[in-house]
Design a protein around this ligand. Structure first.
Ligand SMILES: [Zn+2]
Ligand SMILES: [Zn+2]
Length: 424
């Protein structure tokens, strides 16, 4: 290992070029593999964490996944021979430009960029999704040795499939069944003080032991997909649409309930609808792309309903725990199923159609729990068309005219009919 004592020597003799869409976690795992070192040692050498604590206890905070302060970022970039921009691209913060649930400005929140991870289940920090074929690498010598990219985008719940390999993402280890980064400490890298693991190995600790699982997560043999071709095709189509919106050069605005809204905000609308769909399931069941997807949501909604019923309003508060409905699915497939329904609802051609589709869901949410339903209907950062639809109870012509006027007042324009065709 390079010398880490003494200030000013924190530059690795060799480094790696970041891979496409690579996350800081993946990059650290590859560097550790390059040196045969523990990820925590690399984190110390590169100035991410201080060496003051004993190495066996070094924890790399999960929040580093999202953002680093300037000083840390610059030290890390220097140590790894990257430019500051290259180092910043390893973080999920830049994804907020296209993905509203990570965009403090759209959420109208005063949280610091680092704080946006707190209580934000719309970036996956406890679940680690992956594509086994991406982890195998692209056949180049460097990826043959250290594996492929652990992608940042796999942290976004609306990313549930890999278009490069035309397959659904996996979550959980094929051998031990746990999350592959299962950790009690909220650490970016589980078993971070352990050297010798390949970046594409499961880092969960086997229950009741101190042994790391170590199962291989890369390659064709890992994916034991059981979904029917029609289900996979429906989810890949939806992923294609979402990936287009998430792309840095994607469209600025997108249709939502017949109005053009900023693409990043679309994902906040999706978040609100996803919570309402779970909360009122099976109201929207008929909108599922396939029966297999509906059955998956049946099971998940049943579990959520049971947990919600068990939950009690915290003392001094009126509301019960809405997170039982608002948390996105850990499972990429049932997650994709609900997003498919939400996207279909948002593709309504105008507010009359939107209200017709949404009315049973709005009523269902009120029936199940009025205050939690209201919470979903008034989430921060949702688009004006969604806000108006969710808050307008009466379905009559004059109400819709006022509705349209209110949305227009916000400077939004109506979607053109050709675009509606594209979305359907
Ligand atoms: Zn892939
Ligand atoms: Zn495992």
């Amino acid at each position: 290992m390079p010398d880490t004592h003494g200030v000013g020597l924190r530059v690795l003799p060799r480094s790696l070029d970041p891979l496409e869409d690579e996350s800081l976690r993946g990059y650290l795992l590859r560097l550790a593999h390059l040196y045969g070192a523990a990820p925590s040692e690399i984190a110390i050498c590169t100035g991410l964490v201080s060496s003051a604590s004993t190495r066996s206890r070094v924890r790399i905070p999960m929040r580093f996944l999202h953002d680093l302060d300037e000083q840390r970022l610059n030290a890390f970039a220097r140590a790894t021979h990257l430019t500051s921009d290259e180092a910043r691209r390893l973080l999920t913060a830049p994804l907020g430009r296209r993905y509203g649930p990570l965009n403090a400005r759209l959420l109208a929140e005063t949280r610091t960029p680092a704080g946006i991870l707190q209580n934000n289940s719309w970036i996956l920090t406890r679940t680690t999704r992956y594509c086994p074929r991406c982890l195998s690498g692209d056949g180049s010598a460097i990826q043959e040795r250290h594996g492929g990219s652990w992608r940042r985008s796999w942290r976004l719940p609306p990313v549930f499939a890999c278009l490069r390999h035309q397959s659904l993402l996996l979550h959980g280890c094929p051998r031990c069944g746990q999350d592959i980064n299962a950790t009690r400490t909220g650490s970016l890298i589980a078993r971070g003080s352990e050297a010798g693991l390949h970046p594409a190995q499961c880092r969960a600790t086997l229950p009741g032991t101190r042994t790391v699982c170590g199962a291989g997560l890369a390659g064709d043999g890992v994916d034991r997909a059981t979904q029917a071709p029609a289900t996979v095709a429906a989810l890949l189509r939806l992923q294609y649409y979402f990936d287009g919106l998430l792309a840095p050069d994607g469209p600025k605005s997108v249709g939502s309930f017949g109005w053009m809204i900023p693409a990043a905000q679309y994902f906040i609308d999706l978040r609100a609808l996803s919570g309402l769909i779970f909360m009122t399931w099976p109201h929207a069941r008929e909108l599922a792309d396939t029966e297999a997807l509906a059955v998956l949501v049946d099971r998940e909604a049943e579990r959520r309903h049971a947990e919600f019923a068990k939950s009690r309003a915290p003392i001094g508060k009126q509301r019960r725990a809405s997170h039982h409905y608002s948390d996105p699915s850990a499972d990429p497939v049932s997650g994709g199923a609900v997003f498919g329904i939400a996207a279909r609802l948002l593709s309504a051609s105008d507010e009359t159609a939107a209200h017709e589709a949404m009315a049973p869901i709005i009523e269902g949410a009120k029936d199940r729990d009025f205050s939690v339903g209201y919470q979903f209907r008034s989430l921060n950062g949702t688009s004006h068309p969604l806000k108006v639809i969710l808050r307008t109870a009466r379905q009559d012509r004059s109400a819709f005219q006022r509705m349209g006027q209110r949305i227009e007042d916000q400077g939004l324009s109506r979607i053109s009919s050709e675009l509606i065709g594209d979305l359907e």
